[in-house]
Design a protein around this ligand. Structure first.
Ligand SMILES: Nc1ncnc2c1ncn2[C@@H]1O[C@H](COP(=O)(O)OP(=O)(O)OP(=O)(O)O)[C@@H](O)[C@H]1O
Ligand SMILES: [Mg+2]
Length: 209
C-alpha cells in the first residue's frame, strides 16, 4: 500500500505525520519505507535515526520488499507517483480551503485529517463520497519539541509517554486502519477502523518532566 501526505498549504504537519506513521508501522512489524518528495529532504532526517529506509525511486516498480510506502509530498512539489490513498492534513482555514482545490486534482481515495486538533470543516458536498474524514491528531507539545530536532516522540524517553504522544499514536493507528480498509489490504497489528471518527480537544499537552 502506498500512502501519500500532501496539501498545497505548507507547514501543516505533512512531514511530521508521515514520519510518525512510518515509525508506528515499523513498531507494528509492517515492512515500511519512506519516500521524500520534498526539496528540503526532511523525511530522511526523521527516519535515519529510526533505521527506516527512505527510498528515492518509484516504489511500485523498484521496491517489492515493503508492504507500506509513506510519501511526504511537500506543498510545492509534484507527487512522484499516484498513491493508493491520499492523506490531506488540515490545520487551519487556508489548508482546509486548499483541500477542496487539491482534491479536485487528485485521483483515488482521500482521507482529510485534522492536525494539531483542528477539525476538518466543510467537505464540499460533491466531494463527500470520495473523502473520508480521519480522527483529528491532537496538538502535542511533545511532537513540536521533537520535531525541532527531527526526532520521533516515542524514541525520546522523556517525551514518549506524554498524553500528546500517545494520542498521536492512537490517531495514526486509526488512520492506518482506515487507509487499509479503503484499499482492502490487511496489515499486521491493525484492527478495523472505528465506525465514527471521534473528535478530540485542541488543548496543548505539556511534556512530562
Ligand atoms: N500534531 C502536532 N502537534 C504539535 N506539533 C505539530 C503537530 N504536527 C506538526 N507539528 C509541528 O508543526 C511544525 C510543522 O510541521 P511539519 O514540518 O511536519 O509540516 P510540513 O507540512 O511538512 O511543513 P513544510 O511545508 O515546511 O514541509 C513542526 O514544528 C512540527 O513539529
Ligand atoms: Mg515538510
Amino acid at each position: 500500500m502506498i500512502i501519500a501526505f500532501h496539501n498545497h498549504k505548507g507547514g501543516i504537519g505533512t512531514t511530521t505525520l508521515a514520519a510518525h506513521l512510518c515509525v508506528l508501522a515499523k513498531e507494528l512489524g509492517i515492512p515500511v519505507a519512506g519516500v521524500s518528495a520534498d526539496f528540503k529532504k526532511e523525511l530522511p532526517r526523521f527516519l535515519e535515526p529510526e533505521k527506516i529506509p527512505c527510498i528515492e525511486l518509484d516504489p511500485r516498480r523498484d521496491e517489492p520488499d515493503f508492504d507500506l510506502f509513506v510519501i511526504d509530498v511537500q506543498s510545492t512539489t509534484e507527487p512522484p507517483i499516484e498513491p493508493d490513498v491520499w492523506v490531506i492534513p488540515i490545520c487551519d482555514r487556508t489548508s482546509n480551503e486548499n483541500a477542496a482545490a487539491l482534491a479536485d486534482s487528485l485521483r483515488g481515495p482521500m482521507i482529510w485529517l485534522g492536525n494539531k486538533g483542528r477539525r476538518v470543516r466543510d467537505v464540499p458536498a460533491y466531494l463527500q463520497s470520495d473523502v473520508e474524514v480521519g480522527k483529528p491528531i491532537p496538538f502535542s507539545r511533545a511532537v513540536e519539541l521533537a520535531g525541532a530536532d527531527y526526532r520521533v516522540v516515542w524514541s525520546v524517553p522523556e517525551l514518549a509517554h506524554t498524553a500528546g504522544a500517545q494520542d498521536l499514536r492512537l490517531a495514526l493507528g486509526s488512520l492506518l486502519a482506515r487507509a487499509a480498509a479503503l484499499v482492502g489490504q490487511s496489515l499486521p497489528g491493525i484492527d478495523k477502523p472505528a465506525a465514527t471518527p471521534t473528535t478530540s480537544g485542541t488543548e496543548s499537552i505539556a511534556p512530562a518532566t
